[in-house]
Design a protein around this ligand. Structure first.
Ligand code: ADP
Ligand code: ASP
Ligand code: MG
Length: 406
């Protein structure tokens, strides 16, 4: 009997009626004779609300307590889903991440799965149970509960699919698949039929939150095809897999945007060896991940250093930058939270000139100023004014003819 792994996101289980509806869909998969493992996210905006509550009681909290708090959101939805299934007459059991054997490192709020001990899960499947696993969480060697980072239930699902040897992992969400751009931002965006792991990894890393980037990483590593589709049904969804033909790859596939970005500039830095290490080493030690780094050409051995980080990391980053700026003799340091990232992604741009020029001129035609540029082999990202992100996404979607379909 084949094992299928399905994941339902928070907006698909936002209330009791939706939970009952999802239970019906799971029951239908079971009726087809599959062994079914379901990963579920917290109901609706529960995680946001729990975070808000935590900040209402204290400005600072240690990661351990916060992760236990956040993990409760998925406990609620997984138990309710199991109850709804039992009510339909199906054998079902809910398991927390820890009970499902998901072992992680100790990086609270952004833990990585180190191993999965699927014994209990397999036993429950053998007993004939539909197993509902609370997403987004795991447990350390010290038995502390961790969470995997926002959107991490997708990663739970793909990791379980890999460890159980499932043929595919199905991610059910509130949109009909992976679109050419966020459909909330660009109404002309449409679902992509299939996309490679590498393109999807860039899309999700650069803002397409429809799929957690580590889920894509695991999918590629263990060769698990991932189907993203609407939980309400209708439409084939998007298949992310390794066998996408070059023909389909041969153009810009999608636009990603991210407004959870902050820019930090250290002004008047002496241009000598060791300065970059002096800044970025302590940032890394503080757990701040830095992505776009630009160092200007120096004049009279003085330069400026600019980098971007996640908005949520700004306070932590500035606490590190403040003393270092003094130590290295920088003139001043500045931060800006009114910035956003806009990226074009596609293996088609590999070794093909012209994409960058087309992107920059499409933005400049609309008077959108580019503050920083970074690239990978299959991506070009511009940092722009946050207020211009929607317009930029729309204009790039048109410039690269994404509205015309595949
Ligand atoms: P879930 O609760 O199911 O995990 P998420 O809110 O995490 O759902 O992700 C789905 C959302 O991702 C969509 O509602 C959409 O606004 C957003 N999104 C961003 N980029 C894309 C994209 N390229 N394709 C589809 N959805 C996208
Ligand atoms: N509930 C968590 C979040 O909101 C995990 C998830 O939805 O995947 O980030
Ligand atoms: Mg999600």
């Amino acid at each position: 009997m084949s094992i299928i792994v399905q994941k339902y996101g928070g907006s698909s289980v936002a209330d009791a009626a939706q939970i009952k509806q999802v239970a019906g869909r799971i029951a239908a998969a079971r009726d087809k004779g599959h062994r079914v493992v379901v990963v579920v996210s917290a109901m609706g905006d529960t995680t946001d609300e729990l975070i808000k509550l935590a900040y209402q009681v204290a400005e600072h909290h240690d990661g351990r307590e916060l992760d236990v708090l956040l993990s409760t959101g998925e406990t609620v939805s997984s138990t309710l889903l199991a109850m709804a299934l039992k009510n339909l007459g199906y054998a079902a059991i809910s398991l927390s991440g820890a009970q499902a054997g998901i072992r992680t490192d100790t990086a609270f709020s952004g833990a990585r799965i180190k191993a999965i001990d699927s014994k209990r899960l397999v036993t429950e499947l053998e007993k004939g149970n539909i197993v509902i696993v609370a997403g987004f969480q795991g447990i350390t060697e010290e038995m502390d509960i961790t969470t995997l980072g926002r959107g991490g239930s997708d990663t739970t699902a793909v990791a379980l699919a890999a460890s159980l040897g499932a043929e595919m992992c199905k991610i059910y969400t509130d949109v009909a698949g992976v679109y050419t751009a966020d459909p909330r931002l660009v109404p002309e965006a449409h679902p992509i039929a299939e996309i490679s792991y590498e393109e999807m990894l860039e899309l999700s890393t650069f803002g397409a939150r429809v799929l957690h980037n580590r889920a894509v990483e695991l999918g590629e590593l263990y060769d698990i095809p991932i189907l993203v589709a609407a939980s309400a049904g209708g439409g084939p969804g998007t298949l992310i897999h390794g066998g996408v033909s070059m023909e389909v790859r041969n153009k810009v596939r999608g636009i990603a945007h991210d407004v959870h970005v902050a820019k930090v500039t250290i002004v008047g830095v002496p241009d000598r060896p060791g300065i970059a290490a002096a800044v970025f080493q302590p940032l890394a030690e503080a757990g701040v991940s830095v992505d776009n780094i630009v160092q200007n050409a120096s004049i009279d051995n003085i330069t400026d250093l600019t980098f971007t980080i996640a908005k949520g990391d700004l306070a932590r980053a500035m606490a590190v930058v403040e003393p270092i700026a003094g130590q290295i003799g920088a003139r001043q340091y500045l931060s800006d939270t009114n910035v956003g990232k806009i990226s074009i992604i596609g293996t088609g741009m590999l070794n093909a000139p012209g994409y960058a020029a087309k992107m920059f001129s499409a933005l400049s035609d609309k008077g959108i100023n580019i503050q920083l540029i970074t690239t990978s082999e299959i991506r070009i990202t511009c940092i722009i004014d946050e207020a211009k992100v929607k317009e930029a996404a729309t204009v790039l979607h048109r410039a690269f003819e994404l509205e015309s379909g595949e």
